[in-house]
Design a protein around this ligand. Structure first.
Ligand code: C2E
Ligand code: CA
Ligand code: CA
Length: 573
């Protein structure tokens, strides 16, 4: 049944592509043919006395469907006249009474008028359903269905005349979340209409603007070239951002735009819209107002998707490892703990650093199973080898109640002391939603687990928030360690950061220590712990234990000065 329907739709689509005049001529011919056929059949079957005059209703109904009641009445009149000329019986030559003929004509006219009216109503309601399906109900702007239909029509014309390309610009209100939060969803609808009206000033090549998402508009340009499209997109950014009103509140919105241009004969509406969206996302990622589509953008987004699926598979196949980097107590040079850092040994045996995949993973739900793996490895390590182990938590992990619950249970089940485990959270993850982050940290601290702020000093301008968070440590970012030897001001800044930590009773760790000089300065400034390539890079468990063993041996011999030079494991830069 569905294949019959599909075949019928295909015929209908093909029919719609015929020129209007030709379609009209075909219909008139068909109606004329059916009237002639009906007349012939009535004559051949013996006259109007028999049932065949009702065959004339077929062209009357068809005319109603094609030309509404006017066409139906005209054909009914013609059919009536043809029947009037017909004898009641062909054999006897007996003719019809005028009453008989007039009743028949009246019947044709009534049925024709009724059917024509009915078809007219059906057509009207079809048109209004069609119009509604092409209109965004909230803003009254044309929607994505209308865009695809208009684009398809434009592309078809443009491919016939190659000089005239079709261009698409996607516009999104970047700060829509804040606007909806402050003024509600109605404000967003009003803004979309206001921006669309504003952008109507872009000139005659703008063929239409369409709402394709809550805060997204697409502008369709034709005819347009690349330079012109880029100029129009930049002008759209200027026009759209300026002084808008929503629900009586004056606003200035931030727009981000992406454009794409019909590349050749194979361009489809879907591919053009997709490319404009990819370009818009690239602009947003690069913190730019506008980008035109480049194939490399698409490759990157495909690579991202592939990366995420590879990580998922890698996780299932046990390709991830946790390596450990030691932390040293600066007062006596002894190892005071370890930071677990994830490594991925892919199917070819290559070790992949987290910087290449974690930023992507952290933006997806995949971060939960990855962190679950890290938690479990770290607890196993802490139970077998003692000492403190730190693990890294991302912003998403903090908002994941289930994961926090699992962390508490894992610590209990693994039999380690909760204070052996420390969670490192970056400053930037905390400030995304300070209130929610505080609650999450309280839950972690409630289990007895330590919490330290990672990359401290890079994410937030005020230290005030530290007072409100239940934290136990600060890890000063390596950017502050780098200049310690050369720059007096860097030393003062470091002294100040250490003081901030100590004033709040926090354990202060300096990360990224690479030289003896930095080590000594940090020691003098009273920093509690240090971590860095000077001591060791992150190592697999067995190598780390061997390193630890050797270090303890040297310490026992009192060779504390040469110890760093002898056993640092600086990875190639
Ligand atoms: P991070 O938490 O700040 O980790 C410290 C990074 O600095 C590590 O890079 C470490 O190898 C590197 N490092 C340590 N000492 C030195 C040094 O002296 N000099 C220099 N130049 N670098 C040093 P790694 O292992 O590549 O990790 C990079 C980032 O990846 C981490 O930064 C962390 O944000 C993320 N990451 C690593 N493992 C995990 C994990 O299990 N979960 C999460 N969420 N993120 C992780
Ligand atoms: Ca860290
Ligand atoms: Ca760090």
């Amino acid at each position: 049944m569905s294949s019959m329907l599909r075949a019928w739709r295909a015929v209908e689509r093909r029919w719609q592509t015929w020129p209007r005049g030709l379609r009209h001529a075909c219909r008139v011919l068909a109606l004329g043919g059916l009237l002639a056929l009906g007349t012939g059949l009535v004559y051949l079957t013996g006259g109007t006395r028999y049932a065949y005059p009702y065959l004339m209703l077929i062209p009357v109904l068809l005319a109603g469907a094609w030309y509404t009641w006017r066409g139906a009445l005209l054909v009914a009149l013609l059919a009536g006249l043809l029947m009037a000329a017909m004898p009641l019986s062909v054999d006897t030559g007996e003719s019809q009474t005028p009453l008989n003929w007039m009743i028949r004509l009246g019947l044709y006219l009534v049925i024709g008028g009724f059917a024509g009216g009915l078809f007219e109503r059906l057509r009207q309601s079809y048109i209004s359903v069609e119009r509604a399906s092409r209109t965004d109900p909230r803003a009254g702007l044309p929607n994505e269905i209308a865009l695809e239909a208009d684009l398809a029509r434009r592309l078809k014309r443009a491919t016939r005349q190659d000089a005239h390309s079709v261009g698409v610009v996607m516009v999104r209100i970047e700060d829509i979340g804040e606007i909806v939060e402050a003024l509600g969803a109605d404000a967003c609808d009003e803004l979309m209409v206001a921006i669309s009206q504003r952008l109507a000033r872009l000139g005659p090549n703008l063929q239409g603007s369409y709402r394709v998402g809550g805060a997204e508009l697409v502008l369709l340009f034709w005819p347009v070239g690349l330079d012109e499209l880029e100029r129009l997109a930049r002008k759209a950014a200027d026009l759209g951002e300026d002084n808008l009103m929503a629900l009586g509140v004056p606003l200035r919105v931030q727009l981000v735009l992406g454009s794409s241009l019909q590349g050749g004969r194979n361009a489809s509406p879907g591919s053009l819209i997709r490319e404009a969206r990819i370009a818009m996302l690239a602009a947003s990622e690069k913190h730019r107002v506008y980008c035109h589509f480049q194939p490399s953008f698409a490759r990157r987004s495909v690579q991202n998707v592939q990366l995420i699926s590879r990580v998922r598979r890698g996780l299932a196949q046990g390709e991830f490892e946790l390596h450990y980097q030691p932390k040293l107590r600066l007062a006596d040079g002894r190892v005071s703990g370890f930071e677990g850092l994830i490594r991925w040994r892919d199917e070819h045996g290559h070790l992949i650093a987290p910087g290449l995949f974690m930023p992507k993973v952290e933006n997806t739900t995949l971060i939960a199973p990855v962190t679950r793996f890290v938690m479990s490895e770290a607890c196993k390590f802490a139970r077998r080898h003692g000492g403190r182990v730190s693990i890294n938590f991302s912003a998403r992990n903090l908002m994941d109640d289930l994961l926090l619950e699992e962390l508490g249970q894992l610590v209990k089940q693994s039999g380690i002391s909760p204070s052996q485990l420390e969670v490192e959270v970056t400053e930037s993850a905390l400030v995304l939603d300070l209130f929610a982050a505080k609650q999450a940290l309280e839950r972690i601290r409630g289990c007895g687990i330590q919490v330290s702020i990672d990359d401290f000093g890079t994410g937030f301008s005020s230290f005030e928030y530290l007072r409100h968070l239940p934290i136990t440590g600060l890890k000063i970012d390596r950017a502050f360690v780098e200049g310690l030897e050369q720059d007096e001001r860097a030393r003062k800044l470091m002294a100040c950061l250490i003081d901030v930590g100590h004033a709040l009773d926090l354990e202060v760790t300096a990360e990224g220590v690479e030289t003896q000089g930095q080590h000594h300065i940090l020691q003098k400034l009273g920093c509690d712990q240090a971590q860095g390539f000077l001591y060791s890079k992150a190592l697999p468990v067995e190598e780390l234990l061997a390193w630890h063993h050797e270090r303890e041996r040297l310490l026992r011999q009192g060779d504390s000065l040469s110890i760093h030079q002898a056993y640092q494991n600086v990875p190639p830069r």
